[in-house]
Design a binder for this molecule. Sequence first.
Ligand code: UGA
Length: 449
Amino acid sequence: MRLTVIGCGYVGLVTGACLAAAGHEVHCTDIDEKRIDQLRMGRIPIFEEHLEQVLSRAVAEKKINYTANAGEAIRAGEVIFICVGTPPKETGEADLSAIDHVARQIANEARTPKLVVEKSTVPALTGVQLQKALAAYSRNGTVKFEVASNPEFLREGTAVEDFFHPDRIVVGVENARSAAIMREIYAPILERKFHCPVHGGTCPEGNSGELLVTTISSAELIKHASNSFLALKISYANVISDLCERIGADVEEVTRAMGLDPRIGTQFLKAGLGFGGFCFPKDIQAFIHLASSVGVEFDMLKAAESVNKQRIQRFFEKIHKALWVIKGKKVAVLGLAFKANTDDIRFAPALDVIRRLLEEGAEVHATDPQAISKAHALVPRAIYHEDPYEALKGVDAALICTDWQCFRTLDWEKAGQTMARRLVIDGRNLYSPKKMQEMGFDYHSFGRL
Ligand code: UGA
């Protein structure tokens, strides 16, 4: 099928590349001409495992192209995926101006009927507005548009795997014709007829995902309801962690036992610095806002958000207690990305930690396997090191902010020999408190004995 992807950010890049790898002809466009130039030269502007492999295969098979000419891309596809950003406004409400802009552009440029698919995360009822805008701006009302919602459930770092091996594919549609088109688009994935970049020729047996057909409003709601629930789970674990510290229990023992109940599940119960990234913090706010706009007060989400905001303060209480005065101290920050396996620093707790350390007068030495250049552009006052052992030289304390595997396996004996003081404050509970103590470290983490 001929598809158009508008917006070459994280979601658009992964969606376009994976749909092309699944055998479709994909035309991608973006308002950012520089980004399009980069992509045409084969440069991928984000770090995402397997994406390069998927993309180079799609390019070699001439299944994907990038153009800055939106009209050309719009006319080339039968189905148009809108993958533009929906950042938060000051109020927490989602800013839908890019969706509105694209809707007008599609209506103006299309010459034949299109199925327009919301892939960007949008609040419920956006589909209704999108349909209205497409009809209102349609050239003389002659070109007909249908709308669908197809939320993505991709996690950064494992997005390609998530795309090819989904738990579920949700398509919110107006009618059976749109449902059939969406089913055809995802048929290669559901039938596993694609070259899997993650497992080569041997994908694990079992579930290949279920395609759920819903109304558009349900599909929109499913996305926000899922992300908010996961955020709620993390904040719950963080409150349990605070409680563990007060009463002398171990949060990992507690959450592991809780999670063995399949009704609860072990995932997203890791305590620490809390959630960041461009999804949970903004989606939870947009969901609260949407609920309130229709007269439903989502107090439990407000509480989850407030618990998350307090995590940095809780971290600093630990730093102050262990290090005492921050001013004039040399501090290493291990991890800049909001989580492991990505270079994304949007709403990353590590950046809030660094800014506050700098405000309090520390000399900050930061390291991350992927996110240094992005962090440097935002916080140039910190000193950045590619090598974590260099970042740790002569420091009074090491702070762990991201759960990268290379930090988990760091040789602390080696690092400890060059640190001015053997103090580690771990915001991601990466190490065994017992082992760190045995190595002579003053070690602090969240909710553990
Ligand atoms: C999240 C969802 O997991 C995806 O399903 C969704 O498609 C995506 O948002 C989106 O809306 O696009 P992502 O933001 O990539 O994916 O990251 P997660 O793996 O969900 O982690 C979010 C944050 O929670 C990270 O900062 C992570 O460190 C933190 N986290 C996660 C915890 O603090 N504790 C946990 O137990 C799990």
